[in-house]
Design a binder for this molecule. Structure first.
Ligand code: NAP
Ligand code: GDP
Length: 324
């Protein structure tokens, strides 16, 4: 099936970039991705999904507008998904300037590149629930005021408002998806869910015995990345661009998520989890809980995967990897 459409994805080697590429390829898109050159192998996620040969990779970096202009020209993209980011909150205190350059100014770079090369292209910005930070409403939706608590959240807020501003100033079809935490077997190992599921698998196989964590009382609204990339695509199929919260509407502590993961292999998290100051953050986002009502009514989008199913899927994938 060939839809005749072409998409360009920044952050194509990341968790969401891999799932989104797969979804768009299945829909018959020509998919191109901006590949930020690294000395290590970053194509493992595309390989795991069996699509590394199907995505057209174009060298580039979000901090280099000339490379983005070139990528837009080469790909001839009708839809642009800006997923590239320094995406780890924890690192953003160590690299606040780089985080601002990639997650804040980088968004202006790509918006400007789209405006110059093809202002009719539809644009998606990967915004985040971290912008809500110190929450101003019990359940956060598109109208909830923002209060970021990390250099990551601050930089992402710039990217969000830049997207809104290009829509309002230049009439561009630019949408911002305010996505709550979403996870999968392809999640980076530094994030708490994957750190837990990888450790559970190691402990089960006798390769480790303890898991060091920070604030296990923090609460997150966790969904499955495979479900969330569908929402990104749906946003760009709408007549009018807009902003949407994508979430499950359920929040769970890190502690309870650990309990789910350990009990999946018949273990008790109390026997293995060690609280370690090293993983505490200078400012914490204590709780996030999203209200996806607008996405459901306007996009017809609903999450399909429960936290239990998600964590089980991740533990099984980590067991398979370690056994392999
Ligand atoms: P991820 O797995 O960390 O992927 C980030 C991607 O950005 C990687 O492909 C990375 O390339 C690329 N990248 C980093 N710096 C770049 C630069 N200077 N130029 C070009 N590309 C660069 O993140 P994810 O979980 O897929 O998230 C996708 C997007 O959604 C991010 O913008 C993230 O901030 C946002 N978001 C994520 C969540 C979530 O829970 N997952 C929630 C809300 C918003 P390398 O592979 O070479 O490092
Ligand atoms: P975030 O919501 O984007 O920061 O996603 P993370 O998965 O990195 O963190 C989710 C929550 O888990 C935060 O409140 C962290 O403080 C908490 N957490 C507790 N222990 C850890 C840990 O060892 N690593 C990480 N990444 N987060 C932890």
């Amino acid at each position: 099936m060939n839809s005749g459409k072409s998409a360009l994805i920044t952050g194509v080697t990341g968790q969401d970039g891999a799932y989104l590429s797969k979804l768009l390829l299945e829909k018959g898109y020509r998919v191109s991705g901006v590949l930020a050159r690294r000395s290590t192998d970053t194509l493992w996620r595309l390989r795991e999904l069996g699509i590394d040969k199907d995505v057209n990779l174009i060298d580039g970096d979000i901090t280099d507008i000339s490379s983005l202009i070139r990528a837009l020209q080469i790909s001839g993209a009708d839809e642009v998904y800006n997923l590239g980011a320094q995406s780890f909150v924890g690192s953003s205190w160590q690299q606040p300037v780089l985080t601002a350059q990639i997650d804040g100014v980088g968004v202006v770079n790509i918006l400007e590149a789209v405006r110059i090369v093809n202002p009719a292209a539809r644009f998606y910005q990967a915004s985040t629930s971290e912008m809500f930070g110190l929450i101003q409403a019990e359940m956060q939706d598109e109208k909830t005021p923002f209060y970021p608590r990390s250099p990551y959240g601050v930089a992402k807020l710039m990217g969000h408002w830049a997207t809104v501003n290009y829509r309002e100033s230049h009439g561009m079809h630019a949408s911002s998806g305010i996505l709550f935490n979403h996870e999968s077997p392809l999640r980076g190992i530094e994030f708490v869910t994957r750190k837990v599921t990888d450790s559970v698998a190691r402990i089960k196989l006798g390769l480790a015995s303890k898991l060091h964590l920070g604030n296990i009382d923090a609460k997150r609204d966790w969904g499955f990345a495979g479900d969330y990339v569908e929402a990104m695509w749906l946003m760009l199929q709408q007549e009018v661009a807009d902003d949407y919260v994508i979430a499950t509407g359920v929040t769970t502590t890190v502690r309870d998520m650990c309990q789910i993961a350990f009990s999946h292999v018949g273990l008790n998290y109390h026997d293995h989890v060690v609280i370690d100051e090293k993983f505490m953050r200078p400012a914490e986002v204590d709780v996030l809980l999203g209200n996806p009502a607008k996405a459901e009514s306007a996009l017809g989008w609903k999450p399909k995967t429960s936290l239990d199913q998600l964590i089980s899927m991740m533990v099984e994938a980590d067991l398979r990897r370690l056994r392999g």
